[in-house]
Ligand binder design. Sequence first.
Ligand SMILES: C[S@@+](CC[C@H](N)C(=O)[O-])C[C@H]1O[C@@H](n2cnc3c(N)ncnc32)[C@H](O)[C@@H]1O
Length: 211
Amino acid sequence: MRPTHFLAFSAGICVGTQVGLRQGHRRQPRPWPVLWAPLLDHPWRLRYRDPVRTLGPFGIAPGSQVVDLGCGTGTFTVEMARQVGQEGRVHAVDLQAPMVQRARERLEQAGLLARVQLHHATAYRLPLDDESVDLVIAIATLVEIPDPGMVLAEIHRVLRPGGRLAISEELPHPGYVPAWVARRWLTAAGFRFGGQQRTPLCYSLLYFKAE
Ligand SMILES: C[S@@+](CC[C@H](N)C(=O)[O-])C[C@H]1O[C@@H](n2cnc3c(N)ncnc32)[C@H](O)[C@@H]1O
């Protein structure tokens, strides 16, 4: 096969796979497969998803109570644990036990496990008290949830009055929705807009729960 034919063939396979995955996700949103977990920490992803740069706009205060909703392999949990400091706490929640296990190993290696409570739980029913947390962060997670409205109501329940919700989505994720769609969900759930950031591949939204 000529190199040009090979390149065109490979590009066709990539585009076809992406279109198929995105259509499937639109019909039925689903959790990121555990088999694909290594992609969450792939160096290409970390180039546009550096944890310090991603979390920067969310302003995690030392001593605060933060939820990492859909923590996956703990890519961002470690940095959240650093930023909350010794007095703070991160609640890392994920639906899939192998993801929680990977996050646990990673936090242990970083010596930060004491600052994190890991929960193998669904976002539909968070194992947290009413109005008990300052900030909920959901990175590449809301688009995997079939009923985002129900999960946003649950987030509203656990946030303290004036607490913040940060949503961040990325174009390579097969469930990606544009920012205007996510903003519509958040407004419908009663959150107040606090700001938006964009990079070529990602956007982040910050919202508030009314005082
Ligand atoms: C694409 S991964 C992102 C992981 C991590 N936030 C990151 O950006 O590296 C989404 C994660 O959300 C979790 N998830 C999906 N639906 C969930 C639900 N209903 N409740 C809790 N976690 C969920 C998946 O298991 C998966 O680990």
